[in-house]
Write a protein that binds this ligand. Structure first.
Ligand code: BG6
Length: 296
């Protein structure tokens, strides 16, 4: 494929570019210590599995793979706004980045890991969107025994700009009812269903729809899945907000691209800069938000 696209980099033998579901281009990564799959549409990590483990990233069996529709599961890159756009009801949920075709700019081995860099810059379509600013986003995905994701955004324009961003990771669990998220104790949050809530002293546990925004929260979190004993630790940098989401029964049933009972097998722990933690960049300035997932 690199022979027919002069803009694609030389690929190491650990990276194969092919056609995935819905005819979308996908990079399949075979590092010594782990494998992954990344759709170029959205630079969307749809799978990651350490060699000695089991799949860590969850994808819905009902996900659509079609133009203009985001994938359901994996790691949607939400940028330059989070959730609904505040003033433009026609703008897509979670921004345009997860619907855009990213350019695979670099792929290389790095010891036991494999590193891929995806780039998205402003286009005529983004300049006509609810966020019309010049930018360059570089997204570095490092695949191995751990998965590391780093989203660097540069303001390439001449005005100061603000944006929100999220790495909206869907983590696989065996049973959400036996899952807990630790690390957010002591942090107040906004329950998107009921409003501001004081800090709790216990881990987040799930027995109903859960949609929480923790602002000013830089803590690492751990997802413990008692059904398997697996612990996924989420360590982040350059991120001041965390979102925890599980749609539970009614919302899962209402989503066309989400199986009715699939909510039992996932939890989103999202690494973000949103709301009061939105990023402001002066002309020429860059900001990086990164996250690392490790499994025990
Ligand atoms: C979460 C939000 O980040 O994303 C939820 O907190 C939302 O409110 C969820 O439902 C999924 O969003 P979307 O746009 O992918 O359906």
């Amino acid at each position: 494929m690199s022979a027919i696209d002069p803009h694609l980099p030389e690929l190491p033998s650990s990276v194969e570019l092919g056609i995935g579901q819905g005819g979308l281009a996908v990079a399949r990564v075979f590092a010594r210590t782990g494998t992954a799959e990344i759709y170029l549409r959205g630079a969307h990590v749809s799978a990651w599995e350490p060699t000695d483990g089991s799949p860590v990233i969850w994808m819905s069996e009902q996900s659509e793979y079609a133009p203009g529709v985001p994938l359901r599961g994996g790691v949607p890159v939400c940028f330059p706004w989070f959730a609904a756009h505040p003033t433009d009801a026609t703008a897509p949920s979670h921004g345009f980045a997860r619907l855009a075709d990213w350019h695979l700019a670099e792929a290389r081995d790095a010891g036991d890991d494999v590193v891929l860099v995806f780039v998205l810059t402003d286009t005529e379509a983004t300049r006509a969107s609810a966020w019309p600013h010049p930018f360059e986003a570089r997204y570095t995905v490092t695949v191995g025994a751990e998965l590391s994701l780093a989203l660097q955004v540069t303001n390439t324009g001449s005005l100061t700009v603000g944006f929100e961003e999220a790495l909206h990771t869907y983590l696989a669990v065996a049973d959400i009812r036996q899952t807990e998220v630790t690390g957010l104790e002591g942090a107040p949050f906004t329950d998107r269903l009921t409003g501001p809530r004081p800090a709790e002293t216990t881990p987040v546990r799930f027995d109903a729809e859960t949609d929480r925004i923790y602002l000013n929260s830089t803590a690492a979190t751990t997802v413990t899945d008692a059904a398997t004993g697996r612990r996924i630790t989420v360590t982040k940098q350059g991120s001041a907000s965390t979102v925890v989401w599980n749609p539970w029964i009614d919302k899962a049933a209402a989503m066309a691209d989400f199986g009715d009972t699939e909510y039992t097998g996932m939890v989103c722990v999202e690494t973000c800069n949103i709301r009061d933690n939105a990023v402001t960049l002066t002309p020429g300035a860059s900001h990086e938000m990164s996250v690392r997932y490790s499994v025990a």
